[in-house]
Design a protein around this ligand. Structure first.
Ligand SMILES: *Cc1c(COP(=O)(O)O)cnc(C)c1O
Length: 463
C-alpha cells in the first residue's frame, strides 16, 4: 500500500519493563546443533537460537496488565471467576453466545470436528491449516480447498487472498450435496496463504450462500484482529471503523469459532471454542470434560483464562495492531527492496520467503523450504520454519507427498517481543543468504512421523 501522506517514523507503542537476555552462538556451534536436530528447526533447543521467528504461537510478550491478571487467578476447580471474565470478553469482542475453554486451538478443533463431521463428509475451507485439517480428517471428513486461485500464487497482488471462491463452493455442492457438507471452515488472516485477509464483503457472500443451503460456518479466529486491520486499511467503507467493530462484524457472519489464544490474544497457552447454537454447545460441554477438563476451565489454569480475557481486549487496540502488522511489513519491505522473493502482499503475522524462486535449483521433493530454514539458522542463528511440502504431508488415500503450490519459509514475528533492530539483523541475514543461495543443497528425509510430520521429521543434506 502506498501512503500518500509524508512518511513519518513510527515506534513500538510500548516500552520495555523486563528483558530476557539473548544467547549468541558461533557458526560452528550452530552447524553442530542443526545436524543434531536433523535439519529441522523444530528440533533445535531454543537456547541455541538467537532471533526466534519459528512461530508467533505462545511466544508473544504479555503486558503488565496481563501479568497482573495472572496474580488474580482463581484456581477453583469449578466456576472460576476468571472463566466468567473470559466468557464476558468473548461475548463482548467476538459476540459468540457460549464459550468452551480448551488448552489451545487444536483442542477446540478436535471437539467441533467430532461434533459436526460424519464419516464421508466434506469440509470446504479457505486453504488448509495443519491441525485443523488433521482433526477434520480424523473425524472422517475430507478437506476441500475453496480459496480463490490467487492465494496459491505468491506474486499475485490481490488484496484479499483469503477470499473464498463461491464457484468452488457451488461445484462441491453439486458433487456431494448439502447434507454431506456440515460446515465451511473459514480462517481469518489465512496462515498458510501467507497471513492473507478475507474481505467482509466476501464473508457476507459466503454467509448468504451458507444460509441458503443450511450449512454452518466455523471461523478459525486465531488471527481475526490482524484480518480486521487489513479490512480497515483496504476495504472500501471500513476506513473509519474501529478494529473492535470489524472483528465483531466478522464473527457475526459465522456460527462459531475455534481460537488459539496463543496468537491474537497474546498468551503463552490457551484457546477456546465459541458457539451460538444451544445443542452444539451442549455437546461441546459434554465432550470437553472427556478431553480437556471441566467446561469452566478446559485445560487452562484460572490465571491463564484471566490473561486471555485481558489479551483479547488488547488485541483490538488500533495502535497495537498497527505496530504489530507494521513490524511485519517493515521486515518484508526490506527484503523486497533487496530483491528477495517473498509472498506478496506482505501478510499480518509473518514474512514468507518463496522457496521455489529462492532456490530454483532444488526440486520440491528435496524440500527447498526446509533447506533454507536450516541454512538461515546456521548462518545467522535466526530460526524460521518450513511451510511447504513437509508441512503439507501425505495424501491419506494414495500415500504420496502432497505438493503444494506454495513452498515457503515462514519468518514469524512474535507480538511485542523484538525491536526494529532485530528486524534489521534478520533482513541482512536473509539477504546475505539469498546472495549465496546457489550453495544451498537439497535435503533427504530420513525419519517421518505419521501425523503432522513437519514437527518431528529428520533430514540429512543431499550429497
Ligand atoms: C496455531 C493455529 C491453530 C492451532 O492452534 P494451537 O493453539 O497451536 O493448537 C489453528 N489455526 C491457525 C490458523 C493457527 O495459526
Amino acid at each position: 500500500m502506498t501512503d500518500k501522506t509524508k512518511r513519518r517514523s513510527w515506534a513500538e507503542p510500548f516500552k520495555i519493563k523486563m528483558v530476557e537476555l539473548l544467547k549468541m552462538t558461533t557458526k560452528e556451534e550452530r552447524l553442530r546443533a542443526i545436524k543434531e536436530a536433523g535439519y529441522n528447526t523444530f528440533l533445535l533447543r531454543s537456547d541455541d537460537v538467537y532471533i526466534d521467528l519459528l512461530t508467533d504461537s505462545g511466544t508473544s510478550a504479555m503486558s503488565d496488565r496481563q501479568w497482573a491478571g495472572m496474580m488474580l487467578g482463581d484456581e477453583a476447580y469449578a466456576g472460576s471467576r476468571n472463566f466468567y471474565h473470559l466468557e464476558e470478553a468473548v461475548g463482548r469482542y467476538y459476540g459468540y453466545r457460549y464459550v468452551v475453554p480448551t488448552h489451545q486451538g487444536r483442542g477446540a478443533e478436535h471437539i467441533i470436528s467430532r461434533i459436526l463431521i460424519r464419516q464421508g463428509d466434506f469440509v470446504p475451507g479457505n486453504m488448509y491449516f495443519t491441525t485443523t485439517r488433521l482433526h477434520q480428517e480424523l473425524a472422517g471428513g475430507t478437506f476441500v480447498d475453496v480459496i480463490i486461485d490467487e492465494a496459491h500464487d505468491p506474486t499475485n497482488q490481490h488484496l484479499f487472498k483469503g477470499n473464498i471462491d463461491i464457484a468452488k463452493l457451488d461445484a462441491l455442492l453439486d458433487k456431494v450435496g448439502s447434507e454431506r457438507i456440515p460446515y465451511i471452515s473459514v480462517a481469518t488472516a489465512v496462515n498458510m496463504a501467507g497471513g492473507q485477509p478475507i474481505s467482509v464483503q466476501n464473508l457476507r457472500e459466503v454467509n448468504e450462500w451458507a444460509q441458503k443451503h443450511g450449512i454452518l460456518i466455523i471461523h478459525d479466529a486465531t488471527r481475526v484482529a490482524e484480518n480486521a486491520y487489513f479490512v480497515k486499511r483496504r476495504e472500501p467503507g471500513f476506513e473509519n471503523a474501529s478494529i473492535a467493530s470489524i472483528v465483531k462484524e466478522i464473527c457475526s457472519l459465522t456460527d462459531g469459532c475455534t481460537m488459539s489464544a496463543k496468537k491474537d490474544a497474546m498468551v503463552n497457552i490457551g484457546g477456546f471454542l465459541g458457539v451460538n447454537d444451544d445443542e452444539i454447545y451442549d455437546e461441546a460441554r459434554n465432550m470437553v470434560v472427556v478431553y480437556e477438563g471441566l467446561h469452566t476451565y478446559g485445560g487452562m489454569a484460572g490465571r491463564d483464562m484471566e490473561a486471555v480475557a485481558i489479551g483479547i481486549s488488547e488485541s483490538v487496540d488500533y495502535e497495537h495492531i498497527k505496530a504489530r502488522v507494521g513490524q511485519v511489513e517493515y521486515l518484508g519491505n526490506k527484503l523486497l527492496e533487496a530483491g528477495v522473493p517473498i509472498v506478496e502482499p506482505i501478510g499480518g503475522h509473518a514474512v514468507f520467503l518463496d522457496a521455489k524462486r529462492f532456490l530454483p535449483h532444488v526440486p520440491q521433493d528435496q524440500f527447498p523450504a526446509q533447506a533454507i530454514a536450516a541454512q538461515l539458522y546456521v548462518e545467522a542463528g535466526v530460526r524460521s520454519m518450513e511451510r511447504g511440502v513437509v508441512s503439507a504431508g501425505r495424501n491419506p488415500e494414495t500415500g504420496d507427498h502432497r505438493y503444494p503450490k506454495l513452498e515457503l519459509v515462514r519468518l514469524t514475528i512474535p507480538r511485542r517481543v523484538y525491536t526494529q533492530a532485530h528486524m534489521d539483523v534478520t533482513a541482512e541475514a536473509v539477504i546475505e543468504l539469498y546472495e549465496n543461495r546457489e550453495k544451498i543443497k537439497g535435503l533427504r528425509m530420513i525419519y517421518e512421523p505419521k501425523y503432522l510430520r513437519f514437527f518431528q521429521a529428520r533430514f540429512e543434506v543431499m550429497g
